[in-house]
Design a protein around this ligand. Structure first.
Ligand SMILES: [Zn+2]
Length: 511
């Protein structure tokens, strides 16, 4: 059967719910393709349908009367008629058999008395239908997302499968996205690097330029890639296949965190942001002094650290970089492990690891049970909501809470699976760094090494009268034995004891 496609939008039509002419044309074309409708003529009108007397509409009716086509395709009945006269003409043509069918992407019509009745209502109350329609679209999207299907445009690496209306993996793009994640997770990559990488692989903006940095950032932090969808402020579990592992995704998030953290200072002073002035509480900052030597006609750079004195007047004097570094070495030595122990410790640790693998299984079992219980809670909550016992807002809040919890437990499981237990791995890391502290403290090193060393052992450093005193991180405080920064130091040794900020637990069987 042949159809005439009719699109209309009048200039006085402010209704945003009505698609533009272009959009109507696109939708109708797609709809015709899907439904295998043959369109013989496209008719476009830019006049209101509230009053009769539209030229193009009259043309359509004539074509139908002459038998050029037997069907009309339009976005919605209200595009055809919004007054009883035009509506009546359509119904009349149906009655006398000149018009066999009407098709609308948004309205189901069949040529029966009931169908004509519904159509009449649609002509008469089209505004009501349009309102209802947009509500139905929103409802449809919610329904989709609740069923684990992303309701809008699929992110890079996926496509919206038109027939099944699901989200499927685009295998060609999948590789590019995965590679981009891997590249970024390696570290020291910027969003620009990723944008350029995508560009090289044919992912670009419409004008052919590399995608915006915001796009790269959004892609790399999009939890859709690990199966979690956030839609209209709510979380849902996606049914789509994932190709980015949780581990890779987490690594990428860490890198994003590093990029987004504000950088300290223009110059690369290794100890900036690490030390505070004991007298006034302000930060200690680095500074380059240029000194000119007349005799040899040379200038030399000296690095000093000094109190910024930004809080209140302060009497503290600058300290040279060398003196500061020397003290950091001393501090590091005071908490380092004798290198001779390294072998023995590693042996003990590997035994602990064996024991631990048993308890890891138990831990995972417990977490999986927790997951099950959360699922049950979510189901009960949904039941309560559907039965009307729970308010929509309460439901939403509570559901997000439970979902966040669920995500956390899932993350715990995957973390334990990839990293092992909660204490053994951090403890291993700790002993490794304690041994490496010993090595670094003994060797000649760059300021950067010493800066990192300081960050490894201490959570805070204070400077007073050019003397540095640390607050050790947990673990290192137990190693701390005899470090006294200076005989006449005003700070009692108890001040060196740690704050509980690293969550390290002492080993149970190794020490
Ligand atoms: Zn100060």
């Amino acid at each position: 059967m042949k159809y005439i496609a009719y699109c209309r939008k009048s200039t006085d039509e402010k209704d945003k719910q009505v698609l533009s002419i272009d959009q109507q044309l696109a939708e109708l074309t797609e709809f015709a393709k899907r439904e295998k409708l043959e369109i013989v003529n496209f008719v476009v009108e830019a006049k209101t349908a509230k009053t009769p007397g539209r030229e193009k509409f009259a043309e359509v009716l004539k074509l139908i009367e002459r038998g050029v086509a037997h069907g009309i395709l339009s976005w919605h009945p209200d595009r055809l008629a919004r007054n009883s006269i035009d509506g009546g003409k359509i119904i009349y043509l149906l009655d006398i058999g000149k018009l066999h069918d009407l098709k609308f992407p948004t309205f189901w019509f069949d040529n029966t008395p009931q169908g004509k009745f519904m159509l009449n209502i649609a002509f008469g109350q089209s505004k009501y239908y349009v309102d209802n329609l947009s509500e139905n679209v929103v409802r449809g999207m919610r329904y989709k997302v609740k069923n684990g299907i992303w309701p809008v445009r699929a992110p890079l690496g996926y496509f919206n499968e038109p027939k099944l209306r699901t989200i499927e993996v685009n295998h060609e793009k999948e590789k590019i996205v995965k590679k981009a994640f891997q590249l970024f997770a390696e570290g020291n990559k910027s969003f620009t690097d990723i944008s350029n990488f995508l560009h090289k692989n044919g992912v670009a903006r419409r004008n052919g330029k590399p995608v915006k940095l915001e796009f790269a950032k959004r892609m790399l932090s999009n939890r859709f890639y690990v199966g979690i969808m956030k839609y209209a402020g709510e979380y849902y579990e996606g049914k789509h296949k994932t190709f980015i592992t949780r581990e890779l995704f987490d690594k990428a998030q860490k890198e994003i965190g590093k990029i987004l953290k504000p950088k300290q200072g223009k110059h690369n002073f290794a100890f900036c942001g690490l030390i505070k002035c004991r007298e006034c509480g302000a930060s200690i900052t680095g500074e380059i002094h240029k000194k000119y030597y007349e005799r040899t006609d040379r200038t030399a750079d000296y690095i000093y650290y000094r109190c910024t004195k930004k809080i209140k007047p302060c009497s503290q004097k600058p300290i040279t970089k060398d003196y500061l570094e020397e003290q950091i070495r001393l501090i590091a030595k005071s908490v380092s492990l004798p290198l001779e122990w390294e072998k023995e410790w590693q042996g003990l640790l590997s035994e602990d690891e064996k024991l631990e693998s048993v308890s890891i299984d138990q831990n995972i079992g417990r977490l999986e049970l927790e997951l099950q219980q959360l699922d049950e809670k979510l189901n009960k909550l949904l039941d309560g909501y559907l039965e009307g016992v729970i308010e929509s807002e309460t439901y939403k809040t509570k559901k997000n809470e439970l979902f966040e919890e669920k995500v956390k437990v899932q993350e715990d499981i995957s973390r334990i699976k990839s990293e092992g237990s909660s204490w053994l791995e951090p403890f291993k890391e700790f002993t490794d760094s304690a041994f490496s502290v010993s090595k670094i403290a003994r060797a000649k090193n760059t300021s950067q090494d010493l800066g990192n060393l300081a960050k490894t052992v201490g959570s805070n450093f204070f400077l007073e009268n050019r003397l540095l005193s640390p607050i050790f991180k947990k673990g290192f405080d137990t190693l701390f034995s005899e470090f006294v920064p200076h005989a006449n130091s005003a700070i009692p040794p108890s001040k060196f004891l740690s704050v509980d900020d690293e969550g390290l637990e002492p080993p149970t069987s190794s020490v």
